[in-house]
Design a protein around this ligand. Sequence first.
Ligand SMILES: Cc1cc2nc3c(=O)[nH]c(=O)nc-3n(C[C@H](O)[C@H](O)[C@H](O)COP(=O)(O)OP(=O)(O)OC[C@H]3O[C@@H](n4cnc5c(N)ncnc54)[C@H](O)[C@@H]3O)c2cc1C
Length: 831
Amino acid sequence: MLALRACGADIFEQMMGWGMAAFPARARVVIIGGGAVGASCLYHLAKAGWTDCLLLEKNELTAGSTWHAAGNVPTFSSSWSIMNMQRYSAELYRGLGAEVDYPMNYHVTGSVRLAHTAERMDEFRRVVGMGRYQGMALELLEPDEIKARYPFLEVHDLMGALYDPNDGDIDPAQLTQALAKGARNMGARVERFCPVLSVRREGEDWVIVTEKGEVRCEFVVNAAGYYAREVGQMFGREVPMMVMSHQYMLFDTVPEVAAHSAETGKKLPLLRDVDSSYYLRQEKNGFNLGPYERNGRAHWISKDDPFPSDFSFQLFPDDLERLEWYIEDAMARVPLLAIAPLTKVINGPIPYTPDGNPLIGPMPGVPNAFEACVFTFGICQAGGAGKVLAEWVTKGATEWDMWSCDPRRFTGFEDEAYCIAKGMEVYGHEYGMHFPHYAWPAGRGQKLSPVHNRVAALGAQFGAYNGWERANWYARPGDDVSEAGAQTWKREGAWFGAVREECEAVRDAAGILDLPGFSRFRLSGAGAAAWLSRQITGRMPNVGRVGLAYFADDMGRIVTEMSIVRLGADEMTLITAATAQAHDFDWLARHLEPGLTLVDVTLDYACQIVTGPASRAIFAEVCGADLTLTWLSHQETKIAGRWVRLLRVSFAGELGWEIHTKVADTAVVNDAVMTAGAKHGLRPFGMFALNSLRIEKGYRAWKGDLSTDYTVLQGGLERFVDWGHEFRGKAALAAEKQRGVTKQFVALAVEAGAYDPPYMSTIWQGDAVVGETTSGYFGHRVGACVALGMVRADLAVAGLALEVEIFGQRHRAVVQAEAAMWDGKNERIRA
Ligand SMILES: Cc1cc2nc3c(=O)[nH]c(=O)nc-3n(C[C@H](O)[C@H](O)[C@H](O)COP(=O)(O)OP(=O)(O)OC[C@H]3O[C@@H](n4cnc5c(N)ncnc54)[C@H](O)[C@@H]3O)c2cc1C
């Protein structure tokens, strides 16, 4: 044994840990897939004390996408949670080699990200602010400062650049081995050349069937990279994904680059020309050029190109033709590239979900099973992903709200054609900017309202919400409805005037919003009300009433919000956001008591909102309902001879009712209401107007203002807490109440310039960071930019002037006495 140790710790460990011990009969967690992500999951589980875990890899570790990855480790993201994950990875990788005694090539070179346009500079300004909040010193560079960072660059046509000192590159295989070694050092186990063939459920166990035998486990993780769909199918789960080919080219030594490195003792920073869409990295003393081309290629999507049963350590044939434009562009940008000899092309598979973010979290509908797969940037995200996955498994909840990566953000409508269309779109716009009023065009028209054509004929400009097409705004004759018109960060665009008119109609007369895809679940069975009462922080509504309910996790954090329509003692409909469909159903189903019935009836009904002071007069003309019933009541009635249920609620904050119809009756009901409404000034309004109206009322939006980043008390929702009953999260909330909250939800009137504050804009008091916005929009009724957000609890003082940083500029923002800046006493809604 001593001799073995002397001739190499790795060989010794491989024999002891990987090959020689008998195949285990049991493990607490089995991870399927040994790429960077699977290895990080194992490492983080072990780090959390769950050392009795086993990773199964069909080939050698890294055999999937990991072995050939370029290994770039950016922290940049315009998504708060993805940035968090990548920042964590970079911090982990810095110390990992020393921690696990596995030296790694990790070069922290910094990066220069180029801006060709003013919009791109705005994006950078925003990311600098987010980065600063996360403790990173990102820096903006003027065009004349760029060359000091990257001397070989043409800068004449640039607006500027972003410098990220934390960026760099790592050897992906070494990273994976280091994570696996760290996990093994703590007692976890890796079994290579051990493909998982099938799985089955036996009692509370998963039985994982492999060529080497069967292993039982409590939890299982699909970390199978681009094989995730095949592994998912073993669990009866359709993983929404597709596979693109991505290429990078290696160029040999360029004397000037070698001289620069010799002189400075460092590599050039990683260069990303995001508007042209490629990265260019110094590789030894040459280059690595990797484009995300618009004319990308999907793989394994046809009978002529079937999904291979094993693609370990394989590549696609080179396909440089489609990269020509990018190569030429890069050569014009860095002329030295033109003299560098091309030596090698790597063309490998890279998996995509329809929105390009990975899947990390509970496997929808499958008990004790999780996903950590379909990573497009799995090297720079592996560290953070492992942390997040380990938290899901060991605690059932994550430290950071990770909705951006939650598998339940997809709800099952994402068929192959949709996945391909969206994957191609994301790949071709990998560095694209996500403007707040822009609706990405691919994969549209998945789910249509029963009155879609009527809405379209009225000028609706649509956006997709969980695949449902909803009007964002209604264009007037002459309004610019081009795609280019919406590609701005600015508040004002073609929609602005139309949205103002829509809001004014709701304020002064009435508006109608067609809202297909409201998620709804029917809950029934003896004891249903008692059970539901224990799930929500507040009181159950009485029969005939509607209640807004908040669901907390065990830490008292906000899981979700649903409207409860109490139909009978033990019968209710739960209504929630379109995007929350799978998440909320899953949350309820996981906690459901035996004997209760929970059914998703989303597709059976449709909803139209009619709101505004004239709405009572309109309903009086079309139905015999009792329109004196108070706010938060519901009743059945008939419109145009068709059954409807009216809910007296309004997310717009005016007098109003939601009309819930059976899908087949919706058009007839819509006709009747539109006809009656015409003389009362009824006009259609869209989601942009709804956002404006709700923010003035301080109504929170799910996964913006309402997320697991905050507790129910921080969220300012104590009026929805009934301390006199038992509910999930009560102990944590009671303890927090005793301690006093550290953060407090507020509304701010912002003296903003041309932009509204995006999600997670920093709130300042003098030089101190004191909070962050969770949403921001222009309120047309109050005539001001409104931000909702969290500030240090002692600063939640009406009239206090703070500042909100919006795209790099600080703007005065005054804390409001009430979260509702419009009709704080709810007189209009109760009228
Ligand atoms: C050319 C190219 C360059 C890239 N450059 C970068 C970059 O610079 N930075 C970055 O962050 N990302 C980059 N990526 C993406 C990155 O490679 C992937 O996101 C990452 O490797 C995914 O890691 P993973 O562990 O999720 O999957 P994989 O590495 O694919 O690992 C999955 C593993 O599961 C195993 N497996 C599958 N089925 C089974 C089964 N039934 N039983 C047991 N095991 C199974 C496979 O053998 C495989 O080893 C690049 C990708 C390509 C193609």
